[in-house]
Every structure is written in structure tokens, then in C-alpha cells.
Design a protein. Structure first.
Length: 401
């Protein structure tokens, strides 16, 4: 009986384990999760869990009964200390060693942390785990002021949830727009308008100069000269791949674990998937995608390739975020060099923004228009040719299929 070990306890780990079984693998599947919770979905952490409408049970991806029914050996509170590639074993913090025939690393990523005056303060929070969300929720009191450092997806979702919970919310961002790494400027402006319309104060092109308070952050002075009194701080300045276990094992790494199009690492018996994997296709730069959809699909592809399928994987770029009552979805390349932009107006302030290179549709952002995304994905998969302005003028996008 062959033995496959999966290191990690998130969506990618669960997706891979389930895929191994649906593909007919009858050997041993062991999932080693560092957390004490059963694997859970992370997107609700900044929204439903913070609002108190979801908990560990409702966000669970794989409980004990489901694992048993699938024949998955799910082990919680198990930290993998090392991978011994010569002996084909993983060594655990408990002192035990487990042998493997193939190994999948799905360790995800962790929050990038601030040092200096923010380090060790009782009211400074990061949001990566359900425990983080529960600690944060306990401090979210109506009338209090939350400071979000960073205007990325996490920072904005938490700010929106804070406003919906009756708190004041202030966002401070070094860049000149929201979600600068992933959103074009015009969409960033539209998103800022939504936040400001809901009472969130946003400071762009702004840094924090001084921090007041001893055990807690009580105030901050901004580079624009303004001083803010704050009750709690949420830091959302990006994530770092949890690739140390691979690097220490001598695998190739670089902003993640380097894998090929089959999700293989530099060791043919070891694969990686999800937020920790940086996929290189041909001689191009490795791409690490942090999204729910990619973690699920990439891990499933890795599982099939661990079974010898040899199916090249194409990165799933579909991403979404919910802020206030706004749903934003995006896919593909939305800032193509030399590309063409087409904007289809929807109801109110909603729109769908298409990107094309030549006559090829390469990306789209559905801003408050979630129903458009299903159609966009089908158009892109069918190779829809942009030869006129039908994407803007068609009464119903489905007609273009």
C-alpha cells in the first residue's frame, strides 16, 4: 500500500486528500495539520466569523466523520519539523517519524508582521486563523475606532465589517490606491468611493510616523500631520509563504516553493500546492497565487499528478471579495500592457470592466455585477473574439455565448 502524506490543514490539503480518494487511490492518505481545529474555510474569517454569524463548525471543510468515511488519517496539532528526503520520512515535533512514498506540501502562508512600536501590543491584530478572528471579534465594540494598516483585501474587508458592526474605521495605505497590487487605478477609485460612502475614512499616500501608548496602541500620527486616537489596530500588509520546511529540506524556493506545471518540486516525490506554491512554466518567472479558487484547483491537480496523471495545470486567477453589500470578482489579466479596456455599465454604480489584447479577451472585473462573471468565464474559455463593442452594448451578455 502506497503512503501519501499531506503537510497542511487548509483548503489545499483537504482538496488534495479528497481528490486522491475520488481518483481511486486506495493507499494511506495522512493529513498533518498544525492547528487544533478541523480544517476550515478562510474567506469567512474577515466577514461572517467577525460578525458572529459563522463559527468553526459552519466553516469546517473536513470533520472527523467525513475524514473517517473517506479513509483519511487526519491528525491535528501535528507540526512537521523536518523532511528527510533520503529516508523518505517526515519528522514531527512529537518525536515521531512517518514514512511517505509521495509528499504534498500545502502549508499556505502567514501574515506579514510589523515590528517596532507595533510589536507585542495587546490591541494589534493579524487575521489568518479562526483563533485570530475570534480574538478580534471579542474586541469589536460599537463606537470604538479601528485602524486598518494596509488597504489590501483583508484590511478592507475587516474595515467594512467594523463599520457594519457600528465601529469607526480608518484605513491608512502607503500606495496611491486601494489594493494597488491587484486592482487598476480606476477600479481602486471606485472601491474607495464605496468605502467612503459607508463612512470609512481612507488615507492614501500616507505612512505612520509615530505611535503613542505603552502596552497598547493609543494613538498614531500620520505623515499628513493628523493624529488619530485608536482603540484597536488590524495589520493587513500582505502574506509570506510558509516555505521554510521545504527550504530546510533542500528544495528549490523563492517567494514560495518552486514547482513545475505538474506541481512537482525539485524532488520528483514531493509536490506543493496552494498559497505556498510558486509555479514556473517554461523559463518564465514563478507565479504564486493567493486565492481560494487556485488553492482548491491546484491541490486537486497536484493530487492527480501524484498518481501519475501528468496533467499540466493552468493557474486559476478567479478571485472575489465581499465588502459591505458589494461583491467584486476578477479574473485574468486586468492591467495588460498595450491592451484595450471596455466598460459595461450596470445598475447604480456597478460595472463590468473587460480587458483585451488585440481581439482576445484576457481579463475582467465584475464590480457589483456578480452574475456577469459566470458568463465572462465561459466567454474566455471559448476564446471569444472582441471584434466590436458588443461586450458593452449587448442587452444580455448571455447572447454572446
Amino acid at each position: 500500500m502506497e503512503r501519501i502524506i499531506i503537510i497542511g490543514g487548509g483548503l489545499a490539503a483537504v482538496s488534495a486528500a479528497k481528490t486522491l480518494r475520488t481518483e481511486g487511490f486506495e493507499g494511506t492518505v495522512t493529513v498533518l495539520s498544525e492547528e487544533g481545529q478541523f480544517p476550515y474555510d478562510r474567506p469567512p474569517l474577515s466577514k461572517a466569523v467577525l460578525q458572529g454569524t459563522a463559527d468553526a463548525q459552519s466553516t469546517c471543510l473536513l470533520n472527523a466523520e467525513a475524514a473517517q468515511n473517506l479513509g483519511i488519517d487526519l491528525q491535528l496539532n501535528q507540526r512537521v519539523e523536518a523532511i528527510d528526503r533520503d529516508a523518505h520520512v517526515v519528522r514531527l515535533s512529537s518525536g515521531a517519524s512517518l514514512p511517505y512514498d509521495r509528499l504534498l506540501i500545502a502549508t499556505g502562508s502567514r501574515a506579514r508582521m510589523l515590528d517596532g512600536p507595533f510589536a507585542g501590543k495587546a490591541n494589534v491584530f493579524y487575521l489568518r486563523t479562526i483563533a485570530d478572528a475570534e480574538r478580534l471579534r471579542a474586541q469589536m465594540v460599537p463606537g470604538k475606532r479601528l485602524l486598518s494598516i494596509g488597504a489590501g483585501w483583508i484590511g478592507l474587508e475587516v474595515a467594512a465589517t467594523a463599520r457594519k458592526s457600528g465601529m469607526e474605521a480608518v484605513v491608512v495605505e502607503l500606495a496611491d490606491r486601494l489594493c494597488a497590487r491587484s486592482l487598476p487605478k480606476d477600479v481602486g477609485v471606485a472601491l474607495a468611493d464605496v468605502h467612503r460612502g459607508n463612512g470609512t475614512v481612507i488615507h492614501l499616500n500616507t505612512s505612520i510616523v509615530t505611535v503613542g501608548g505603552d502596552d497598547r496602541v493609543e494613538s498614531v500620527t500620520l505623515s499628513n500631520g493628523e493624529t488619530l486616537l485608536v482603540d484597536m489596530v488590524v495589520v493587513g500588509i500582505g502574506a509570506i509563504a510558509n516555505d521554510a520546511i521545504a527550504r530546510e529540506a533542500g528544495l528549490e524556493t523563492g517567494n514560495g516553493i518552486i514547482v513545475d506545471e505538474f506541481l512537482r518540486t525539485s524532488d520528483p516525490l514531493i509536490f506543493a500546492a496552494g498559497d505556498v506554491a510558486a509555479m514556473r512554466v517554461g523559463g518564465g518567472q514563478p507565479t504564486r497565487m493567493e486565492s481560494w479558487a487556485n488553492a482548491q484547483d491546484q491541490a486537486a491537480a497536484a493530487a492527480r499528478n501524484m498518481l501519475g496523471k501528468r496533467e499540466p495545470y493552468a493557474i486559476n486567477t478567479w478571485f472575489w471579495s465581499d465588502q459591505y453589500d458589494l461583491n467584486i470578482q476578477m479574473i485574468g489579466d486586468n492591467q495588460p500592457a498595450g491592451g484595450t479596456l471596455l466598460v459595461r455599465k450596470g445598475e447604480g454604480k456597478s460595472f463590468t470592466r473587460f480587458s483585451a489584447i488585440g481581439d482576445r479577451l484576457v481579463g475582467a472585473i465584475c464590480f457589483g455585477a456578480p452574475r456577469d462573471m459566470a458568463i465572462v468565464r465561459r466567454l474566455m474559455s471559448k476564446g471569444y473574439a472582441v471584434t466590436d463593442d458588443s461586450l458593452i452594448t449587448a442587452p444580455d451578455l448571455r447572447k454572446l455565448l
